[in-house]
Write a protein that binds this ligand. Structure first.
Ligand code: PSV
Ligand code: MN
Length: 388
């Protein structure tokens, strides 16, 4: 039996970071649907992140995206966040929305474009210095659409050069989170398509370069928990971008498509003792909410991660190891599934009540009047969204 007091302590200490862009408008390649009450600036996004933290108690940081969240005074923005009870988390770079990047950013055949892209990565570290952020999250949309369009190997050299310059600029407490993505927007070849490529570049760079696993960035059927286990063993798992995919990179609420997969991932985390914030893994959401209200969707996502975590913590590891050791296939699987099939909602309600929170964060949010207030207040101005 898992020690219930220890499980509750672990759940209380858990931390989940929310992304500023999830509070803004978003859509598919075909349509961005706007919603009333959407933030018009970084401050309003931070205010929404603070609301999520107030109701969940486990989401005390918000990731920024530059230049979407560009401001003149990052120290002031950080103070603003602190006053609302949250901190600034990872800084995300954007080398995918300028016309210059049509043929790639840091892997572009044009040295001038590569310089511009690398300068943006360096600028992001300047911002981290001011916000106190430790994580620079890099996702490159770089890739090619047609065989022969560019030299696959040379593009890896260009990538390595830009990463080296960026890594060398990091402060002692800062690190790179290098994300990979199987495809899109490049359809034939992507320059960082998988964890192996990301891992190899991280090894080359040094120990402050780690892999970010975006759960939506794999081929169907990929065993993501294997990647988690492998990278943890190598000490190179730095972060998650949690979301759900049904087909491609859907970026829907984590735990919506495959809660069992999320449980299996969280089990590897628990198994490695990597859940506690002091271990250094950033558990972030990377989602967008195109048709549903954004704040309750983010609260629901945080709760889904908590539920998967609670189930992972409930695995009777002594019984599991004993069954595994004796080669009892059915018993091992049964122990694992027992934990997954436990209804952990009452346990999490208790954890929240103990922390002085409402046991039902979604209901509490709905009752709070926050949604009505932002709809009434945020009139005029330009709503934030992709490209804003
Ligand atoms: C694009 O796929 C993406 O969702 C990446 O996962 C990044 O983390 C995110 O955008 C923000 O740039
Ligand atoms: Mn991501």
């Amino acid at each position: 039996m898992a020690d219930l007091a220890a499980v509750k302590r672990a759940l209380t200490a858990q931390r989940i970071e929310t992304p500023s862009w999830a509070y803004g408008n978003s859509g598919t390649r075909f349509k961005v649907f706007t919603q009333p009450g959407v933030p018009r600036n970084p401050e309003e996004k931070i205010a929404d992140a603070a609301a999520v933290h107030r109701f969940t108690g486990v989401a005390p940081t918000v990731a920024l995206h530059i230049p979407w969240d560009k401001v003149d005074d990052y120290a002031a923005l950080t103070r603003y966040a602190t006053d609302l009870g949250v901190g600034i988390g990872a800084i995300n770079t954007n080398v995918f929305q300028d016309d210059d990047y049509k043929l790639g950013s840091v892997t572009n055949p044009d040295a001038g474009v590569r310089r511009k892209a690398t300068d943006h990565l360096l600028e992001a570290i300047d911002i981290m210095d001011r916000t106190g952020s430790q994580d620079l999250k890099l996702w490159f949309s770089d890739g090619i659409n047609y065989p022969g369009q560019d030299d696959l190997r040379t593009r890896q050299d260009r990538l390595a050069t830009a990463l080296r310059e960026t890594y060398d600029r990091l402060g002692p407490d800062q690190r790179i989170l290098l994300e990979y993505k199987l495809f899109e927007p490049a359809f034939y070849a992507t320059d960082v398509p998988d964890w192996g490529t990301s891992y190899a570049h991280c090894i080359e760079l040094g120990e402050r370069a780690t892999v970010c696993i975006d759960t939506g960035h794999h081929a169907p059927g990929t065993n993501i928990e294997f990647i988690v286990a492998f990278l943890l063993r190598q000490g190179r798992l730095g972060a998650f971008d949690f979301n759900s995919r049904f087909y491609a990179d859907d970026d829907l609420m984590v735990g919506a498509a495959d809660p069992f997969q999320l449980f299996r991932i969280m089990y590897e985390i628990v198994r490695a003792g990597a859940l506690d914030p002091s271990y250094g893994i950033a558990f972030m959401l990377d989602q967008c909410h195109n048709i549903e209200r954004k704040i309750p969707a983010i609260i629901r996502s945080v709760m889904n991660v908590q539920e998967a975590t609670a189930k992972a913590l409930l695995v009777d590891r002594d019984a599991l190891f004993a069954a595994q050791q004796s080669g009892d296939v059915l018993e091992s699987n049964a122990v694992f599934m027992d934990a997954y099939n436990t209804d952990v909602r009452p346990l999490l309600a208790e954890v929240r009540t103990d922390a002085g929170l409402d046991p039902d964060p979604i209901a509490a949010y709905k009752r709070s009047g926050y949604d009505e207030k932002i709809i009434a207040d945020r009139v005029g101005g330009n709503q934030a969204g992709w490209g804003a």
